[in-house]
Design a protein around this ligand. Sequence first.
Ligand code: NAD
Ligand code: LMR
Length: 333
Amino acid sequence: MVKVVICGAAGGIGQPLSLLLKQSNLITHLALFDVVNAPGVAADLSHINTKSKVTGHGKEEMDEALQGAHTVVIPAGVPRKPGMTRDDLFKINAGIVRDLATGVANNCPGAFVLVISNPVNSTVPIFCEILKKHGVFNPKKVFGISTLDVVRSSKFISEVNTSIDPSTTRVTVVGGHSGATIVPLLSQIPGGFVGSLSQDQLDTLTHRIQYGGDEVVKAKDGAGSATLSMAYAGARFTLTLLQATVSGQRGSVESTYVNLDADLTNESVKAFRNRTGLDYFAQDVEFGPDGVEKILDLPTLSSYEQKLLETAIAELKTNIDKGTSFVTENTIA
Ligand SMILES: NC(=O)c1ccc[n+]([C@@H]2O[C@H](COP(=O)([O-])OP(=O)(O)OC[C@H]3O[C@@H](n4cnc5c(N)ncnc54)[C@H](O)[C@@H]3O)[C@@H](O)[C@H]2O)c1
Ligand SMILES: O=C(O)C[C@H](O)C(=O)O
């Protein structure tokens, strides 16, 4: 049985994400958990003629939803409004993520967990610290979802160079998932893409990728942030992970924000960690049956990207400390 649980399933991301996952034959049970409206969304989806069973679970039914989960996807929490940073969401979303992590530790400690709730740079450390406290943390199984940055990068570069097919050109995006911590490695795009840009074009494109979320928040004008593109990105990541962990497919790669203990064999990851002091970082990861098979080496960066990375590292440190301190200060020993 492959049970996938969506926490926050009735929300702006949760609904289209559940719809996309309902189309997968890899999933046998889709469990929708939300503090509001989950049974209604579940009833609606359950009429779609694909293999999976769909169940809805309300506010008091988190444990039941999580029991036996293979994978838990978490888009629960509040989204931004214009003028807010992702870090402004910390106050509310930190507590939501802490409680869901406790639920995972108690009900499905071996599950793969995909954290979408912002600020991802801090909510992933919160999730991992809670699992550590319960003695069930496996760094190969917890992922911060930064796939939307990769999806945006592919699309935005194809608008600059129309010979690029955005559906097949993947861009490595490292660092984290907010503003300056998002570092797209455009120098890695084959065909001399970066060399064809002026410095102004490179600055504009990099800024657009780093602040793509703001474009949507501004356009939605108070009605939230990216939901449909996020559902697409979240489904892409979930299905890639399921193909590796359920179907045994090897060799697929996505950029994702992980605890760097996920690959203790990579010497360059060790060296990076010693130099920066970072325990969490988004990087290209290869999937295997246990989740993270390998964290890939950082490629050689251009001097432009190196500067972006140094700025990202400083901000990431603060974001990570904020997440880990929250757990130290807000959990009963
Ligand atoms: N990682 C990314 O790239 C990315 C992209 C877009 C949005 N996000 C983040 O995803 C989150 C959700 O965004 P949205 O637009 O779907 O928001 P939304 O308000 O539309 O939906 C959130 C849902 O979570 C539910 N919820 C709240 N507390 C809960 C709890 N304790 N347990 C279960 N469900 C709970 C709400 O009832 C709601 O249905 C936000 O934090 C947003 O910033 C992340
Ligand atoms: O911008 C946001 O707040 C939502 C999300 O993180 C995004 O990148 O679109």
